[in-house]
Design a protein around this ligand. Structure first.
Ligand SMILES: [Mg+2]
Length: 138
């Protein structure tokens, strides 16, 4: 019998090379409707650390772009949910993860070959803390 290990988290290395994070907006980021738990500071920090960051939402691409321009967030891609595979084609990264709050997010991520982290799971906060992106105040 084997014990299942989480794929990543504090002390667990991601593959070397380019890493990419796709953020859902509504229910995931603080500027979403409803607001999610992840502050924009975490998005900025991930960008500073060299992660490719972008948004993947049901909102139109133009709405997303306008939103990031207004908030001064350096998103490197803005796509619709079903366009996640295009992100994988556009960026040659070693690791891809989508962060969201619904089963649709999980399904789209899996379908596109991304890892998935749910905003309500401890795994997400372990991931963000472990990679010095965000230290969650419980
Ligand atoms: Mg959402």
């Amino acid at each position: 019998m084997t014990t299942e290990q989480p794929k990543y988290g504090p002390g667990i290395e991601l593959p070397p090379g380019l890493r990419l994070i796709s953020f859902d907006i509504d229910g995931t980021l603080e500027v979403g409707d409803p607001p999610g738990e992840i502050p924009l500071a975490a998005v900025h920090r991930a960008h500073e650390l060299g992660f490719v960051v972008g948004s993947c939402s049901d909102r139109t691409v133009s709405t997303q772009k306008m939103m990031w321009e207004q908030h001064g967030v350096p998103m490197q891609f803005t796509v619709l949910k079903q366009q996640l595979p295009l992100v994988k084609e556009r960026f040659d990264a070693e690791y891809y993860v989508h962060i969201g709050d619904t089963d649709v997010d999980a399904w789209m991520a899996k379908d596109a070959g991304f890892d998935f982290l749910h905003v309500l799971e401890d795994r997400l906060w372990q991931f963000l803390k472990g990679h010095d992106i965000h230290h969650h105040q419980a």
